[in-house]
Design a protein around this ligand. Structure first.
Ligand code: AMP
Ligand code: TRP
Length: 333
């Protein structure tokens, strides 16, 4: 049985090394396994749950698509598209919002965090966003969904919605309850300035992250300025407790070099940070610069990117129109 993979990334700009190691690199490995059928979506409908500038949003949709392609996603192997071009996502989301319960949504911790103190002023879209995410996943009969730890709760909700629909309409096999695929290693890349905070596009300091479109010099400079501590690199994982910055940099090295954490520790044990940082910058430049160059090249040709999205949307529409029509029949429309 083929695995059906679905995942989405919001087009909110500034894709960084955390997005690459925590998500996109994994999307590429899943795509390159012949047993998988993959769908990767630029989730622009999710992005508008908070205010967006229309011009910047349009750029960000193209930029996220360019980052997908530059990182190795291939529109011949995977379906790559943006959500708003496939109307079944919105339509499915409405139907599923009549299946999901208020009580379930009230438990979503991401809404509580994002809405903050002033819940009354948050958009209704932000509140029901996990239902849209469920529609994304369920419309493709997805079996596996690669996501970060923070999305685990939303995936559980997708499973609950799938099961409730199946039960309510006595169609036990209609929706498939998807399994999360949560990366065990290097699932959280931390800020270069503070090892206790996630690397994030919203951090005001650009020195806290490596952006996928940083130049070689910017990468070298950011790694040079990255926070460390005064001890030499450890010879044992245990000696990394309470040294989050060292742990993070060693993790980045391990992931990009496709080797275990243990092997990286053995390689650098007892060395000082300046030597390790030289090796780390070299590796990041080697892995990220080709991606960055390719993103910049792709962004010069909007018609190519738009063509990829259009073609992806056609393929996605074929799958989802069938599923939506089946849904409507089951419901009694
Ligand atoms: P976001 O940029 O938060 O919309 O996330 C897009 C994808 O990148 C999600 O799958 C996240 O889990 C992943 N991601 C974002 N930031 C990091 C990080 N610092 N470390 C690892 N993965 C991340
Ligand atoms: N909510 C996810 C995030 O913010 C993005 C997303 C939307 C998604 N739809 C999805 C992820 C479906 C996996 C599957 O990161």
């Amino acid at each position: 049985m083929k695995k059906k993979i679905f995942s989405g990334v919001q087009p909110t700009g500034n894709l960084h090394l955390g997005n690459y190691i925590g998500a996109i690199k994994n999307f590429v490995s899943l795509q390159n396994d012949k047993n998988n059928e993959c769908v990767y979506c630029v989730v622009d409908l999710h992005a508008i749950t908070v205010k967006q500038d229309p011009k910047i949003l349009k750029n960000n949709i193209r930029e996220t698509t360019a980052a997908f392609l530059a990182s190795g996603l291939d529109s011949k192997k995977s379906i790559i598209f943006n959500q708003s071009m496939v109307s079944a996502h919105s339509e499915g989301s409405w139907i599923l919002s009549c299946v999901a319960r208020m009580g379930w949504l009230n438990r979503m911790t991401q809404f509580k965090e994002k809405a903050g103190k002033d819940k009354e002023k948050a958009s209704v879209g932000l509140y029901i966003y996990p239902i849209l995410m469920a529609a994304d996943i369920l419309l493709y009969d997805s079996t596996h969904v690669p996501v970060g730890e923070d999305q685990k709760q939303h995936l559980e909700l997708s499973r609950d919605i799938a099961q409730k629909f199946n039960l309510e309409f006595n169609e036990p096999d209609f929706f498939i309850a998807p399994e999360p695929l949560i990366q065990k290693n290097f699932a959280r890349i931390m800020s270069l300035k503070d090892g206790s905070k996630k690397m994030s596009k919203s951090d005001p300091s650009d020195l806290s992250r490596i952006n996928l479109n940083d130049s070689k010099d910017e990468i070298i400079n950011k790694i040079k300025k990255a926070k460390t501590d005064t001890q030499p690199l450890p010879d044992d994982e245990k000696n990394l407790r309470e040294r989050p910055e060292a742990e993070n940099l060693l993790g980045i090295y391990s992931s990009l070099n496709n080797q275990s954490f243990k092997d990286t520790i053995n390689e650098f044990s007892g060395k000082n940070f300046s030597e390790f940082k030289n090796n780390l910058s070299e590796l990041i430049v080697e892995k990220i610069s080709p991606i960055s160059n390719e993103i910049n090249k792709l962004l010069k040709d909007n018609s190519f990117i738009d063509g990829v999205l259009r073609e992806g949307a056609e393929k996605a529409s074929k799958i989802t129109t069938r599923k939506i029509n089946e849904m409507k029949k089951i419901i009694g429309f």
